[in-house]
Design a protein around this ligand. Structure first.
Ligand code: CTP
Length: 448
């Protein structure tokens, strides 16, 4: 994965050299962006030698590469360590007065700050407010460690250990976190199966940020089953893995999670409020009841578009007259589109109508990427939701597989900020989606 490592101007800057090592040894490509002040502590030569990439603090170096836009845009993850009080303030204010703050404004993926400063600075109301602002936007801000500070004093404000920042960074990106003392996790793409990341590890990373603290997230998952008779149904191959991964990531980010589960091949995670459903109509009822009290609705379930027009009370028998039975299908309601319409009828998402963020999924086939994107955009417009997770199927099947590729479409996509595409395990993808939802949510409304 591509990582931007921002380095603030504090004495702890030297510890980020170890952090950089952990990232590069795990196979990640790291671009270091030190602030001008930090180069008084650790010079550019150190960062270039350790990262293997050119390093600058200024937007006016290598202008032809448009680094102030490119680095943030291409980064799968941005980690700022140490994050000084000044850097937190500039980031919270949205300033763009050097390469690092420009890059933070361009970020499309998760952003993690590891603060280091004196206890007085950390507990100052200005810093508290800046940290709260950043967290409300879905930025992950770790708690500093407690211990010996620069002088003789001790207290909260030490940079967390590089290993802890490394683990929090991997979890923020949805990658498996290695146990303490084991080798670093493999780079994205080589990651283990989608269920490898224990929620406790994720909580440790997301919990410090509480990106979805105080929020209620409803996730639908699995495939509906539409009964024909007491023993038969029409179903689909959805495994429920993506929905379960999303529920786990939302839990880990501090949300209260309702999981509306149709048929799934995997168990529901601990800690969710579980609502079991069978058919599309039951799922619709459950969504209808849960949506108005949810900040986020994620429609990851594979809902049958059609159901048999009748459900026979008795088993349909082979017939003696040789006639084969004919099954007539009727359309199921579009639950996602209905949820958007009902929400919009009750007010605007920015004006408090819930859910503030509604996320749909689309599995599309097509001859080329452009065509698939076109179908996706049309579906996004048709459904009216805030985000559409577009899966291209056909090249490699998505259903039941652990590695997948998605594009996150939103009505705000533009040529300068195109929809991002992510490849990874369902856990990694879930982390991306939850990080993006946190951003959308904080743009829509503060925590109630
Ligand atoms: N969905 C829904 N109600 C349905 C069908 C689907 O809420 N009756 C939701 C799914 O949970 C998913 C999204 O809508 O979030 C998928 O959209 P859909 O139009 O069903 O996709 P396809 O089945 O691919 O539809 P089409 O065949 O029209 O392309």
């Amino acid at each position: 994965m591509r990582i931007v490592l921002g380095v603030g101007g504090g004495i702890a800057a030297y510890k980020s050299a170890s952090l950089l090592r952990l990232f590069t040894e795990a196979g990640h490509n790291v671009s270091v962006i030190p602030t001008e002040a930090s180069t008084r502590f650790v010079g550019v030569a150190t960062w270039e030698a350790l990262s293997g990439n050119t390093v600058s603090s200024s937007v006016f170096d290598e202008v032809e590469k448009v680094n102030h836009v490119r680095l943030g845009h291409e980064a799968d993850l941005i980690v700022v360590a140490p994050a000084t009080a000044d850097l937190l303030a500039r980031a919270a204010a949205g300033q763009a007065d050097d390469l690092l703050t420009n890059t933070l404004l361009m970020a499309r993926g998760p952003v993690l700050f590891a603060p280091a400063m004196h206890t007085e600075m950390w507990s100052h109301p200005a810093t508290r407010a800046n940290v709260a602002t950043l967290r409300s936007r879905g930025v992950l801000v770790m708690e500093p460690a407690v211990g010996r500070l620069t002088g003789k004093d001790t207290g909260a404000g030490r940079l967390p250990d590089p290993e802890d920042i490394f683990a929090a960074a991997l979890a923020a990106a949805g990658l498996p976190v290695p146990d303490a003392g084991t080798a670093p996790a493999p780079a994205a793409g080589n990651a283990a199966d989608g269920t490898a990341l224990p929620s406790s590890d994720l909580s440790a990373a997301f919990g410090v940020s509480g990106a979805l603290e105080g929020r209620t997230v409803t996730v639908t998952a699995g495939g509906t089953r539409e009964p024909l008779d007491p023993v038969r149904f029409l179903g689909n191959r959805s495994s429920g893995k993506q929905g379960v991964a999303l529920a786990r990531a939302a839990l880990a980010a501090g949300a209260r999670v309702r999981l509306i589960a149709a048929h799934m091949d995997v168990p529901a995670p601990d800690g969710v409020e579980l609502i079991r459903v069978e058919t599309a109509l039951e799922l619709r009822e459950a969504v209808h009841a849960a949506a108005p009290a949810s900040d986020v609705l994620i429609m990851a379930a594979a809902v049958a578009d059609f159901r048999p027009d009748r459900n026979s009370d008795t088993k349909i028998k082979k017939r003696d007259d040789g006639e084969d039975p004919v099954i007539t299908l009727v359309r199921n309601p579009d639950i996602l589109a209905e949820a958007v319409q009902e929400r919009n009828a009750s007010g605007t998402p920015g004006g408090g109508a819930l859910p503030s963020v509604i996320v749909g999924f689309a599995a599309e086939t097509g001859d080329g990427t452009a065509e698939v994107l076109d179908y996706g955009r049309q579906k996004l417009a048709r459904k009216g939701c805030e985000l559409l997770v577009l899966n291209r199927v056909g090249v490699s099947l998505v259903f039941g597989q652990d590695v997948t590729e998605v594009t996150l479409l939103s009505p705000a996509d533009s040529e300068t900020a195109p929809a991002p595409t992510y490849t990874g395990t369902k856990t990694e993808i879930a982390g991306r989606i939850i990080a993006r939802i946190s951003q959308e949510l904080s743009a829509a409304l503060p925590v109630r």
